[in-house]
Design a binder for this molecule. Structure first.
Ligand SMILES: [Fe+2]
Length: 228
């Protein structure tokens, strides 16, 4: 249900199949120094999951870090009506009339800034996502930026090979295409993320990288340095 992976970090995974591709999805929960909770990519808020979160602390921030990560936002906001919503601008627009809703800025003076840093990653016109770094657990939280698919099903293997993420942690291949002519921005984003000393990578899809995360990330984006 909720699996503890570090002192103040939990994950909850759901199977997710899109056109037979086992993408999986993951909600990540961080307890902030004051005991309140930062809930990243909330998926289905079952009564059991809500109960577990209530046991952990007060859900203060609900975060939608990337496109399509708003499918269960209403449910989460209904479960935790006192929580603030922080969403990438395209999702925020849909909730802008709601009190306590905020667009995710780049390097925010965020209410969680002491514990978690963030960056609006630039990976082309069709990719909008904010990545986070939880300092205490040395964890990087990307949404769709890069992941690894391990599933054995035929569609998963096919898609994994097609997108270059079959048993290999990588940005999907299309990012190379969409960032043609914008590599400077992409490179700046990669360098910005690499300023963080993360060990673990907890993406919203695919497998979690438990160690050497920074090296894994650097290798996955190695092609960016030197490309124009
Ligand atoms: Fe996603």
């Amino acid at each position: 249900m909720l699996q503890r992976v570090d002192a103040h970090l939990w994950i909850a995974g759901d199977p997710l199949r899109v056109f037979g591709i086992e993408l999986g999805r993951r909600m990540t929960v961080i307890a902030l120094p004051d005991g309140s909770l930062f809930v990243h990519s909330p998926w289905e808020m079952t009564p059991e999951r809500k109960r577990r979160l209530l046991d952990l602390g007060q859900v203060r921030y609900i975060v939608a870090p990337g496109r399509f990560h708003d499918l269960y936002l209403e449910q989460a906001l209904e479960a935790f009506p006192q929580a603030e919503l922080h969403a990438i601008p395209s999702i925020f627009r849909r909730f802008s009339s709601r009190p306590g809703a905020f667009p995710l800025p780049d390097r925010a003076v965020s209410p969680w800034g002491d514990a978690i840093d963030q960056h609006a990653f630039r990976a082309g016109p069709f990719h909008s996502e904010t990545v986070f770094f939880h300092r205490e657990s040395r964890s990087l939280l990307p949404a769709d930026l890069c992941f690894r698919l391990e599933g054995r099903g035929p569609m998963t293997r096919l898609a994994g090979h097609g997108f270059g993420v079959h048993q290999r942690f990588s940005p999907t291949r299309d990012i190379r295409l969409w960032t043609l002519g914008q590599r400077r921005l992409l490179r700046a984003s990669v360098e910005r993320v690499l300023e963080w000393p993360f060990e673990r990578i907890v993406p919203a899809h695919g497998e979690m990288i438990r160690e050497n995360g920074r090296e894994v990330f650097e290798a996955a984006f190695g092609w960016v340095s030197g490309s124009t």
